[in-house]
Design a protein around this ligand. Structure first.
Ligand code: PRX
Length: 660
């Protein structure tokens, strides 16, 4: 098992434990640990209780149908429209409560109340309906972090039209693949997005993608940067020409609990990203309940800020659906953390009096590197709770977050979950759980996890293995869009025993449990890299590289990196007798950016006459990882071409490493 850059000493440093601060514990949403036993005693009652926090049109007949495992149905027979829980029910008394404090990167600001958000979502839904979007139609969304982004998601949900959000950092090719996979009928995009003082040309890339995707009939364009962009008559429509005049009401379309709410694509172990399927009822139950419990949300007092982009699952569940279902007041920030200065995040915390902040370890490590002085410039006394997600957090970063950002008084909730799980799975309850730096602590109430060996046997406390989830949960993925076989194969085949009706979800992560049963995540055990908290498939990058005419073959691995968790290291053999040089490295990196997106650009590329392969022709990635991390080389005896690894090792020593 690959333990990345986490040392065993760090994993088992049990000396440092942080019990819940008594003041927080006294007032916490979940004040005692009785909830774990309650959930175990009667799971149906537990999840029903969580579902009852939402607005339903028709109550469910049964909580779970697992008869077609691993295809689950939750809240069977129930109907709802998720926007009634997220918007309508907060009208009246709470219509003036702020839903989002939005801040644009250039410094412009907007405050959007629940009343205003409801009206805008209805207007947008009416506009989309006028363009032919109806229940079941898929809508692709490719935008920057502007208020119209959550509006677009919710407008789709209002119509029962599943959304397919594509992160604005993805390329035209990636967008086209996702539009195609979903068969999207309409795309919502922006003329551009602000990022680090520059404009990301979203419309240009959307045009490029839509030229290849015949399913798309219309493109709705939000004016953000004012850039001049070509508009295709009959196909493209400006948001500000079609939305503002619509009626600010729209009846919500009644949906079945198991109707598709959204698809979100994520990278797996093949070159083709998977469209993860989430449905209306169970997903919202999971997102809303976990958001309230783990972030200890006091909706009239807290100002909550999840810094994730809505293009990722964290943004779906913890910027849009969870917080809105709970009536939270959130901050939404458009741009980069270093613009115009390295204290932008802390300025935002101070300005809005943020109480609860949720961000990624890679950002925390970046802030650490930038220096405490940027944090110290601002009054952060409003903060009371801090969260992290996306990758294992090293104890040093955890401690820095706690001491420098949280002033030593804020509990840290390290939350483990995935696009597939829809909501948090392993995380502390801040009023209850004693935390340890670097551990995501324990499975949430109602969630059953385990750590197993190759054969699927639970390993004793103190040992490591594969992280699995051993029973269904409401916000679990319902499938991979259009590919049931791959769904079963990827997540359920490895450790399930169908003959015994035992279904075990394989998460793809390695984990250890300490003697207290605390979970310590060790990173992916498959060919998926985690770069700055972004999931990237080695195969996807490899196929982007071999797509370049100069490349004959490529192997890609994630090498440990102190800043980004992992960095993408590529090994490339060229066609014919072409020699690699610095220009070609730049060209290949740009090529990968164009094929997938900038986040997938290799940090280093080493040219090599051959790749290390077994006699059956399999590339030995393990050896490439050893070389990249400058470790002693592992066993090379199974190699067909042993001498090549030594040559690659020599070449890698001198290879330049770029910041991706
Ligand atoms: O490897 C785990 C890592 O991120 C993966 C899920 O990525 P994605 O679907 O993009 O969702 C990211 C945000 C939920 C996991 O398989 N991961 C996520 N959270 C943690 C983590 N690894 C360690 N600790 C975490 N808290």
């Amino acid at each position: 098992m690959d333990e990345g850059h986490r040392t065993i000493e760090a994993l088992f440093d049990e000396a440092r434990t942080f019990p819940p601060p008594p003041e927080l514990a006294r007032r916490a949403v979940v004040p005692t640990d009785a909830i774990y036993a309650e959930a175990e005693e009667d799971l149906d009652a537990y999840w029903s209780g969580k579902a009852e926090r939402l607005v339903w049109r028709r109550r469910w007949d049964s909580v779970l149908d697992w008869s077609k495992a691993p295809f689950a149905k939750w809240f069977v027979g129930g109907t709802l429209n998720v926007t009634e829980s997220c918007l309508d029910r907060h009208l009246g008394e709470h219509a003036d409560r702020v839903a989002y404090y939005w801040e644009g990167e250039p410094g412009d600001r907007r405050t959007i109340t629940y009343g205003e958000l409801h009206a805008e979502v209805c207007r947008c839904a009416n506009a989309l309906a006028s363009l032919g979007v109806g229940k079941g139609d898929r809508v692709a969304i490719y935008m920057g972090m502007v208020p119209e982004l959550p509006v677009a998601l919710l407008a789709c949900a209002r119509l029962g039209a599943p959304h397919v959000v594509v992160f604005g950092g993805f390329s035209a090719d990636s967008l086209a693949d996702r539009i195609d996979d979903a068969g999207a009928k309409l795309v919502v995009t922006c003329d551009g997005a602000w990022r680090g003082g520059a404009v990301v040309p979203l419309k240009e890339m959307a045009d490029d993608a839509v030229a290849r995707t015949p399913s798309v009939r219309h493109v709705v364009v939000v004016r953000r940067t004012g850039a001049t962009v070509p508009m295709t008559p009959g196909r493209d429509v400006w948001y500000d020409e079609i939305v503002p005049d619509q009626r600010p009401e729209r009846p919500a379309t009644e949906c079945d609990a198991e109707d598709l709410l959204f698809l979100l694509h994520t990278s797996g172990t093949t070159a083709k990203p998977k469209g993860i399927v989430h449905t209306c009822g169970g997903y919202l139950v999971g997102a809303a309940a976990s958001h309230s419990m783990v972030f200890d949300l006091h909706e009239t007092e807290d100002v909550y800020w999840c810094t994730a982009d809505i293009g990722w699952v964290t943004g779906h569940s913890y910027v849009v659906y969870g917080p809105l279902a709970n009536g939270a007041t959130s901050v939404l920030y458009e741009g980069a953390p270093h613009y115009p200065d390295r204290d932008r995040f802390w300025e935002i915390v101070e300005r809005y009096g943020v109480t609860t902040m949720y961000t990624a370890p890679t950002s925390i490590r970046t802030f650490m590197k930038w220096g405490d002085e940027h944090v110290a410039k601002h009054d952060l006394s409003s903060l009371r709770l801090l969260g992290t997600v996306g990758e294992p957090i090293n104890p040093e970063a955890w401690m820095w977050y706690r001491e420098v950002v949280g002033g030593g008084r804020c509990p840290i909730v390290d939350t483990w979950w995935q696009t597939e799980t829809g909501g948090l799975m392993i995380a502390p309850l801040p009023g209850v759980t004693t935390t340890k730096p670097g551990s995501a602590t324990l499975p949430l109430p109602g969630i059953a996890a385990d750590v197993v060996d190759e054969e699927g046997h639970s390993v004793p406390l103190g040992q490591g293995g594969y992280l699995v989830i051993t029973r269904p949960w409401p916000s679990m993925l319902r499938g991979i869009y259009g590919d049931d076989d791959r769904f079963v194969e990827t997540y359920w085949r490895r450790f399930s025993v169908p003959e015994e009706n035992r279904w075990v979800y394989f998460a793809g992560d390695g984990a250890k449990r300490d003697l207290d049963g605390y979970y310590w995540l060790l990173g992916r055990v498959d060919d998926v890299m985690n770069v700055s908290g972004h999931r990237i498939s080695t195969l996807e990058v490899e196929s982007a590289l071999v797509d370049h005419p100069a490349v004959a073959e490529a192997a890609v691995i994630g090498r440990a990196d102190a800043q980004t968790g992992q960095a993408i290291a590529a090994f490339v053999t060229l066609r014919g007798d072409r020699e690699g040089d610095a220009d070609l490295i730049t060209e290949l990196r740009d090529h990968v950016a164009a094929k997938i997106g900038k986040i997938a650009r290799p940090a280093s590329i080493v040219f090599t006459p051959e790749l290390p392969k077994t006699r059956s022709g399999k590339i030995m990635r393990r050896l490439l990882r050893d070389i990249s991390e400058r470790r002693k080389l592992g066993d090379v005896t199974t190699l067909a071409n042993e001498s090549v690894v030594h040559e690659i090792a020599e070449r890698a020593k001198g290879a330049p490493r770029a910041e991706a």
